[in-house]
Write a protein of this length. Sequence first.
Length: 332
Amino acid sequence: MTTQTKLEVSDLVKHFGGGLSLMRKRRPSVQAVRGITLKVIAGEILGVVGESGCGKSTLAKMLVGLDQPSEGTIQLDGNDLVGANGKVNLKQHARRVQYIFQDPISSLNPRKTIRDILSAPLIYLQGLSAEQRQSRLEELMTQVNLRPEFLERYPHEFSGGQAQRIGVARALAAEADVLILDEPVSALDVSVQAQVLNLFKDLRESLHLTYVFISHDLGVVRNFCDRVAVMYLGRVVEEGPVEAIFSQPRHPYTQRLLDSVPGQLVRKLPAEDDAVELPDPMHPPVGCAFAARCPVATAECRQSDPELDALATGHRVACYHPLSPPDANNHD
Ligand SMILES: Nc1ncnc2c1ncn2[C@@H]1O[C@H](COP(=O)(O)OP(=O)(O)O)[C@@H](O)[C@H]1O
Ligand code: SF4
Ligand SMILES: [Mg+2]
């Protein structure tokens, strides 16, 4: 695989709300993303994992231009999608980076046929003639394993798995080369999930696509992704090749996530107290956001937030006291 950078995110921040109310009272601000710096390599599948509410979808929406960052930049192939002045380059976004939604049917306009839905980007983004469109529509349907007759149907006539294929065809119609897959199979029956994931894999090979794959299903992430970024309260706390993250997790939060996966052979952390308080995105703590839940936290951890530092080739962790690799631990 090449190591050319496809997407590059620098110091990305997103807060919602804030400012003053009509009564001149300060409104609460939610810090959904609190400074993310991340590269996505061309052709790879980068998994993004973390508990609900940690900012995965907010990150995803900024990557496709649906949300404007409060701070930071996003580059695609070295060109600004969001520049230092906060300006969003919508034209680039609309074409090249596309969002695949969790709920495939409701992401398609119920009043339009599949032909209309897929034709829109062919007309408005690519200016294809009627004849060119017809052959491109047939090609798109074949690429996502759907029969071209389905073009005349409406979204409600499709199963979830089929609707997800149409969502992919719509992204391909825009000539996207990066797909942001936000829990793309979570709403599908287990029996259909593997089919859709295999389609994603095949399309990545044949069309040289790059994916950011957001999922809470760590089993799927392990099988599907090349690298993984672990998020906690709006930050990436660990990032690395999938095998390193799963077999040698170094951040206590990553270990905590893996503890809940059946069949995971690495060591476990002591069980968590049910009464433990989760951090509040409206009032993030001063130091490491995981400190209240961390069995190895020290005073230092509560004073400042650790940077995401490289440990070994390609493996980064934001922790003052990273866990030792499990093999070394066996001698304890
Ligand atoms: N449009 C919004 N307005 C206010 N708060 C939001 C908005 N979108 C997300 N949030 C908040 O930002 C945080 C991150 O949410 P989200 O990115 O959806 O997390 P995830 O996808 O990881 O579950 C949550 O606390 C959520 O409540
Ligand atoms: S920085 Fe400290 S509190 Fe945070 S995860 Fe590491 S050891 Fe735990
Ligand atoms: Mg989400």
